[in-house]
Design a protein around this ligand. Structure first.
Ligand code: FEO
Length: 394
């Protein structure tokens, strides 16, 4: 195989790996389009750096690509922006092939890296926020950007080239394309990725964006997905998403056993549509976590439809409710619709899960058995109340 290396700038190269076949991440997130582990070589007149590495299993491919540009033994620096194995997993192999290279990382990164890989302390070069290394006519600046999405994360900035290497931040899970403008659905993929990975860390994201303000940027080169050569495209999206800007949109997540809960959900969905509210409906027993997370990024409300099973929320709804609590979307309002055969429990449990989130539960409708006209009227009224709140807030 001839390894593909892409020259992004004179002396700046993409040496990453496309993982076309990967189908899940973290045992949780579907990857219908695979993903990429982007890594970069930056060459100065005196020294050479590798920025990030790749997922375990691709060490040979990475080193072959680095070898197209420079003998790996001549690497002076290996920059670890993030310790998670999809970017740091090849560090032991790279350090073995590059005996004089220093591993550049944050102090927190130094604590974390040894939990995963056998990296001797004397190979590490800990950098502070704003510190630079001179490669000879080319400068790398390191920017602390913690909790995006692990405690040790940082960005690397190629000063003269105006290229930012932000690792996970601004990424997307797709193996398609090289540049963002070549991938039609990339804004959607980026939104899903933000929902899955970055949404719980919106405040940290806002802080990082403030640090980037005023920094000249011509290329944003994340470690997953295509590269943004019109940086403002992704910056403007991230400003909205990290700020928690919502739209008059309602996520409707439901699961039903014998059609009663589904009937309630259909009444609510039709009523919301009739009120001109955008809805995003997810049947939860087959939900794609990425689709759901992406919709939660800018939705203003959620309708949770879930029957009682054995005195508790249906497990598929329990999973979704737990995701809502842990992903911390900017939802303002919720409504719960439920049915039971001989004893409730779903409503109580939904309240327990949603209660600590700060999301206002506007109301709930629960039916014993199949819904009658009175129950449907209650749902219609609840949906109208929810629509009014969704329209009237930001
Ligand atoms: Fe792509 Fe947090 O690793």
């Amino acid at each position: 195989m001839n390894p593909a290396v892409i020259e992004l700038r004179n002396g700046v190269y993409w040496v990453g790996v496309k993982d076309w076949a990967r189908r899940t991440f973290d045992g949780l997130i579907p990857l219908p389009h695979g993903t990429s582990y982007n890594a970069y070589v930056v060459r100065g007149s005196a020294k050479t750096a590798l920025v990030d590495t790749v997922n375990p299993g691709f060490e040979g491919e990475l080193l072959a690509k680095v070898g197209v540009v420079v003998d790996p033994a001549e690497l002076d620096y290996v920059v670890m922006n993030h310790a998670e194995p999809d970017h740091a997993g090849a560090i032991p192999a790279v350090l073995a092939a590059a005996p004089r290279a220093k591993l550049v990382l944050t102090a927190k990164g130094a604590e974390m890296v040894v939990r995963y890989y056998p990296v001797p302390r004397e190979r590490m070069q800990i950098v502070q926020d704003g510190e630079e290394v001179d490669l000879g006519g080319r400068t790398l600046r390191f920017i602390d950007a913690p909790f995006l999405h692990w405690p040790e994360t940082m960005f690397t900035y190629a000063v003269e080239d105006k290229v930012l290497f932000p690792c996970d931040f601004f990424g997307a899970h797709t193996a398609a394309g090289v540049y963002a403008d070549e991938v039609a659905d990339l804004p959607l993929r980026a939104q899903m990725y933000f929902g899955e990975i970055m949404m719980p860390f919106r405040k940290a994201g806002e802080r990082a964006l403030k640090k980037l303000a005023g920094l000249p940027l011509e290329l944003i080169a994340p470690s997953h997905g295509p590269l943004w050569r019109q940086p403002e495209r992704i910056l403007s999206l991230y400003r909205r998403w990290t700020a928690g800007e919502t739209r008059p949109k309602v996520v409707v997540g439901y699961v039903s056993m014998w059609g009663s809960t589904e009937r309630l959900v259909r009444v609510a969905a039709e009523a919301l549509l009739g009120q001109g509210i955008e809805i995003a409906v997810h049947e939860l027993s087959h939900v794609d976590v990425g689709d759901l997370a992406g919709d939660l990024v800018d939705a203003r409300a959620i309708v949770l439809g879930a029957p009682t099973v054995l005195g508790a929320l249906h497990p598929a709804a329990l999973h979704a409710a737990h995701l809502v609590r842990t992903l911390r979307p900017p939802l303002r309002y919720a409504a719960v619709l439920s049915s039971y055969g001989w004893g409730g429990g779903a409503l109580r449990q939904a309240g327990e899960i949603l209660g600590p989130t700060g999301i206002e539960v506007v109301g709930a409708v629960e039916v014993h058995g199949a819904p009658d006209a009175d129950a449907e009227a209650q749902v219609g009224a609840l949906a109208a109340e929810l629509a009014a709140k969704v329209r009237g807030s930001r």
